[in-house]
Design a binder for this molecule. Structure first.
Ligand code: WQD
Length: 351
């Protein structure tokens, strides 16, 4: 059975990918320092799949600790590298934190992959590598414009680092450019768990709707889009997860083809912020408390994917529509609220 090391395995996309890999016959281990996640989420992976996943609570920016994972697991046949900070807004405020964390961890993982002769590598890239594209939808051949945030820059540099690394040791890599991952696992056992105030749109919507946040802001309504708010390609996290399984199947089946392949992971449909809010209100019946605010530095104006290559080459077919994305995200938020109420009730008598 092929063993895959999933770095950032306790994160939002990582944990959904663990489930998909296990359901498709892969053996998995996780490496996640839990600085922005919790390894208790792996209990949910076990509830869904019946498999207990080991997490190495390691800062991948520390080479020796990263190396030790590979020493203990000489049977790793491939790596999926998610571990990175991923907030566009935060990266504009803290660029050096993003360059240090996202690039040092990647370089250490690639050095270990080379050291241990691991030649199958999937890199978590992002549509932010396109910057503000001249035309949309973007294909994998669309030019990389200037990154609009340090986060996007770490993904542009990350892709280049992976290309150079696999070219020089003739290993193989797939770069998956995610558009906007949203939603939650249909079981409602997995979902997005933002630490503190959510940076991303969909958790900001669901937390406002459930009353965790008093109000949310629409960052900018003067953009050159159909309603003035930014346009994005929202893609269900389970569709993103399954693309990783297909990417590994592809690497294992195409051992001697091109070193480094790139794929866009988006639905091919673009929706604005205001359209997403309307979709949520329609699905949930909840009137959202939001105000129209100023632009957020680092935001791309409009982008959505041409996903033909992933469909034709990987056989990837995203199956969740926008309604599913909003419904699963909302169900997850409701479940978190129920869990919190149960916890408070159980502990009420203890105070
Ligand atoms: C979307 C839109 C905000 C919050 C994400 C990931 C990044 C990458 C690309 C994978 C923007 C607006 C947001 C709010 C708002 N994906 N917004 N009010 O910036 O596109 O980046 O997708 O690698 O990792 O983070 O997503 O959800 O932050 O913002 O108006 O309270 O929603 O301005 O226009 P973004 P986002």
């Amino acid at each position: 059975m092929n063993k895959i090391l999933v770095t950032g395995g306790c994160g939002y996309i990582g944990v959904h990918t663990l489930v998909d890999l296990i359901e498709n016959g892969y053996d998995v281990i996780s490496a996640d320092n839990n600085s922005r996640s919790s390894d208790t989420i792996l209990e949910s992976v076990e509830m869904i799949t019946g498999k207990k996943v080991k997490n190495y609570k390691v800062d991948l920016c520390i080479y020796d600790d990263t190396f030790a994972i590979f020493q203990e697991n000489p049977d790793i046949s491939g790596i999926i590298h998610f571990a990175a900070y991923k907030s566009v807004g935060e990266s504009v405020k803290k660029p050096l934190l993003y360059f240090e964390n996202n690039l040092n961890s990647l370089i250490n993982i690639l050095k270990c992959a080379d050291e241990f002769g691991i030649s199958n590598f999937v890199f978590s890239s992002s549509c932010t590598v396109y910057g503000n594209p001249d035309s949309i939808p973007v294909t994998e051949e669309s030019p990389m414009k200037t990154a609009q945030s340090a986060y996007g820059a770490t993904k542009q540099m990350g892709e280049q680092i992976v290309r150079e690394a696999v070219n020089c040791n003739s290993s193989k890599a797939i770069l998956l450019r995610y558009f906007n991952p949203v939603g939650a696992h249909p079981s409602t056992l997995l979902g997005e768990l933002p630490l503190g105030k959510p940076e991303n749109l969909v958790p900001a919507i669901t937390q406002t709707a459930i009353g965790k946040l008093p109000m949310m802001q629409v960052f900018g309504t003067d953009y050159p889009t159909r309603d003035g708010s930014c346009l994005r390609d929202y893609i269900h996290v389970c569709d993103i997860a399954h693309a990783h399984t297909l990417a590994f199947n592809y690497l294992l089946e195409h051992k001697d083809e091109a070193n480094c392949e790139v794929f866009n992971l988006g639905t091919g449909n673009g929706y604005t912020v205001l359209e997403l809010i309307n979709e949520f209100e329609k699905m949930s019946g909840v009137k959202l408390n939001y105000r129209l605010g100023p632009r957020r530095p680092g935001d791309v104006i409009a982008i959505y994917a041409n996903n033909d290559k992933a469909k034709n080459v990987l056989g990837w077919n995203p199956k969740y529509n926008l309604g599913d994305m909003m419904a699963t995200a909302w169900k997850w938020e409701l479940k978190l609220k129920d869990d919190e109420n149960i916890f408070n009730t159980k502990n009420a008598g203890l105070n």
